[in-house]
Design a protein around this ligand. Structure first.
Ligand SMILES: C[S@@+](CC[C@H](N)C(=O)[O-])C[C@H]1O[C@@H](n2cnc3c(N)ncnc32)[C@H](O)[C@@H]1O
Length: 214
């Protein structure tokens, strides 16, 4: 049984219609800018060992993993089958609405690294998800939860909408700690677009990650 932290009203979202219908049309677009994505891929390069079994939860047509590294296995999950079919990094995938059912169809202690990108911001039952991910992680396995300051706001619960960047980091950490994850590390960085002739251009999407281990 997960340790519940949120009040019911904090789970509410403006658009309460079925999430699956909101995501029924494939969106083969980038949700975050190239500066953010560069930072994310370089973080993955630094932090994920090559022989890892990776779970990309709430994924799409891209997993942002470094192209020159072959991992042991990459398992994907999302809400749109077409997007997942187009994701060349995935060895296998499945579709599941995590706001309806938080039980993951994965074995205990089977995953080395779990990735979530622009994803936590849509969870209405984050405590159950954090507990389930912990179940499927190997001992000392890591979770890397990354986000910026964009969202489909109508699909984000109140806790996300009514928080600033630091509060969001603290909120994720509180949920993880309450389910027994080890003390989370925060990564907070400004990013910059590439300008003309390789010079630094305008500011990119701000980068935030919470990293924790089982
Ligand atoms: C902004 S996209 C980010 C996709 C991907 N992680 C990326 O970096 O491009 C948000 C993703 O969250 C997933 N998602 C949103 N609501 C969900 C729900 N209720 N259950 C499962 N997945 C959901 C969808 O698969 C959607 O692609």
């Amino acid at each position: 049984m997960a340790n519940r932290i949120l009040f019911d009203h904090q789970r509410r979202k403006a658009d309460n219609s079925d999430d699956a219908s909101f995501y029924s049309q494939p969106r083969i677009v980038h949700h975050l800018d190239s500066a953010f994505r560069r930072k994310l891929t370089s973080l993955y390069k630094d932090r994920i060992p090559k022989n890892s079994i990776i779970l990309d939860l709430m994924s799409s047509w891209t997993s942002h993993l470094p192209e020159d590294i072959l991992y042991k296995k990459v398992i994907g999950h999302g809400l749109n089958l077409e997007e997942l079919k187009q994701n060349k990094r995935l060895d296998s995938f499945w579709v599941q609405d995590l706001n309806r059912n938080q039980k993951l169809p994965l074995e205990d202690s089977s995953i080395d690294t779990c990735l979530m990108v622009a994803a936590w911001q849509y969870l209405q039952e984050p405590e159950n998800i954090a507990e389930e991910i912990k179940r499927v992680m190997k001992p000392n396995g890591q979770i890397i939860i990354s986000f910026s300051n964009r969202a489909f706001w109508q699909k984000s619960p109140e806790i996300w909408i009514n928080s600033n960047d630091m509060e969001r980091l603290n909120y994720i950490a509180a949920i993880l700690i309450a389910q027994g994850w080890k003390s989370p590390e925060n990564i907070i960085e400004k990013t910059s677009q590439k300008g003309i002739l390789g010079l630094i251009g305008k500011e990119g999407d701000p980068f935030f990650s919470v990293i924790s281990r089982k």
